[in-house]
Design a protein around this ligand. Structure first.
Ligand code: HEC
Ligand code: HEC
Length: 152
């Protein structure tokens, strides 16, 4: 008897939840369409813009602490992983002059925990694309009214 009661109660709760969710998501149109098997309508991935490093111009920064955007293409470089970092081949303090590339920022030589100056770039700055991003020629997905605080 008790068990039947628990079962019926859970059925009622489940029904309330289903109705509640259906109401909450009513009117939302997913990009793929409502049918899970529908064809994915997302655009094909676009190639990054900008030519070979050394042929592009730096992109103006729009706020004072912005990690500068990557103006050149990055597809042809190797990965950034535990053993290698192709970005550092050109941007490391030891390489930038002979590669004629901008040196990694001063902030990269500050230990993020102690705030002390380091002789080498901090390991916290190893994963470059966590902060610096290559560019794609694509229209913004949503309207953007951001106004930066840097006058270039
Ligand atoms: C072959 C050398 C080379 C490699 C490899 C390279 N860069 Fe560059 N990078 C440059 C040069 C040179 C510039 C200056 C713009 C130009 O001349 O095209 C630059 C510009 C930049 C800038 C803009 C700096 C600013 O002040 O606006 C960023 C950020 C950057 N690179 C990040 C990266 C990252 C991240 C990688 C790895 C995915 C990378 N670069 C790989 C040579 C290189
Ligand atoms: C945690 C975020 C972060 C990571 C990770 C990071 N950077 Fe930066 N980077 C910044 C910021 C913020 C600036 C601007 C402040 C400065 O110049 O230090 C900057 C500046 C730069 C500049 C321009 C320096 C100048 O004097 O104009 C270059 C080039 C650069 N980074 C390259 C790299 C490369 C290459 C890597 C990977 C090895 C990397 N960064 C990793 C945040 C980051």
């Amino acid at each position: 008897m008790k068990r039947t009661f628990v079962y019926s109660l859970s059925l009622v709760v489940a029904a309330v939840l289903v109705v509640g969710c259906a109401e909450q998501f009513a009117g939302i149109k997913p990009m793929r369409g409502t049918d899970v098997a529908a064809e994915d309508k997302a655009d094909a991935p676009k190639a990054y813009v900008g030519g070979r490093p050394g042929t592009t111009k730096n992109i103006a920064r729009t706020f004072s602490t912005q990690p500068p955007l990557i103006p050149h293409e990055i597809e042809k470089f190797g990965d950034v992983n535990l053993e290698e970092n192709s970005c550092m081949d050109c941007h490391a303090a030891a390489n930038y002059q002979k590669k004629n590339a901008p040196k990694i920022g001063d902030s990269h030589f500050i230990d993020p925990v102690t705030g002390k100056k380091l002789a080498e770039s901090s390991a916290a700055r190893w994963n470059c694309m966590q902060c610096h991003v290559p560019q794609v020629d694509a229209p913004p997905l949503v309207e953007n009214t951001f106004v930066g605080n840097v006058r270039n």
